[in-house]
Design a protein around this ligand. Structure first.
Ligand code: HEM
Length: 233
């Protein structure tokens, strides 16, 4: 029972909140990415509600799912977060059901195997400057990148595997689509309503710490101001 509860809590909430924290840390560290994202959101749903006229009855206070799907840069930010900082660096252990040969090596039946999720997403043969946080890579049409448009990117790895933050194949995370939606929903609202700025003198340290997920070692600290209200007011 404890194990089941732990699995549901960890799988259902902790991994997504870890991914969210990594993405927000990068948006604080790289304000140009945050600005571009805010501009995309603004272009689709208008400025954040607190910036609208008080008598504007049309004010939208939540961004709906259809609008989220019309924000390709938002999706590329979420994908880049998962590529550069996958919350789990390994999938759940898998077992080989029969003797297999892989590049001349025998993988005997019943061996436990795993996949180096983080290293796959950081492979310099597949990704240009893999350790950089560059959501734009998902728009590049060259093969050494995302392959044209974030909405076309195959996160399931059914065509080819360039990164696998959710695993791949039939035991892949069943909530990959839901989690991407959660991430886009939270990131979009946090950026639409608030401007996130680094605390003066803080470089936003992206060092990792291994716990049940790979978390940010030094918790993100940021100044958060409602859009339109300067930090000094
Ligand atoms: C950003 C968020 C998430 C990431 C990166 C993630 C990643 C993963 C990975 C890498 C696996 C192992 C796949 C494998 O062994 O090949 C997995 C399995 C699983 N995940 Fe997620 N996950 C996320 C969110 C969620 C959420 C929100 C839920 C539930 C609502 C969930 C439920 C599960 C379950 C039940 C499994 C086991 C599937 C099986 O063994 O057949 N995950 N996840």
């Amino acid at each position: 029972m404890v194990s089941l509860c732990n699995e549901f809590l960890n799988a259902g909430t902790h991994i997504t909140s870890t991914a969210l924290q990594w993405i927000m840390a990068n948006l604080v560290k790289y304000p140009h990415v945050q600005t571009k994202l805010y501009e995309e959101i603004n272009g689709i749903v208008g400025p954040s509600p607190q910036l609208r006229e008080k008598n504007d009855k049309e004010v939208m206070v939540m961004i709906n799912k259809d609008d989220l799907h019309r924000m390709p840069y938002l999706k590329s930010v979420a994908l880049e977060g998962l590529r550069r900082h996958p919350p789990v660096h390994f999938v759940l252990p898998h077992k080989v059901t029969k003797d297999m040969e892989l590049e001349g090596y025998l993988v005997p039946k019943d061996s436990t195997i795993n996949f180096m999720v983080a290293d796959i997403g950081w492979d310099p043969k597949v990704w240009d400057e893999p350790m950089e946080f560059k959501p734009e890579r998902f728009f590049a049409s060259d093969t050494n990148n995302g392959g044209g448009a974030p909405n076309l990117f195959d996160i399931t790895g059914s065509r080819e595997i360039k990164m696998m933050p959710f695993g791949a194949g039939r035991r892949m995370c069943p909530a990959a689509g839901l989690s991407l939606l959660h991430l886009k929903f939270f990131v979009a609202h946090l950026v639409w309503y608030f401007e996130w700025m680094a605390v003066e003198g803080d470089i936003v340290d992206l060092s990792e710490k291994q716990e049940s997920t790979t978390i940010i070692k030094n918790t993100l600290r940021a100044h958060i101001s409602p859009r339109g209200i300067s930090q000094n007011q």
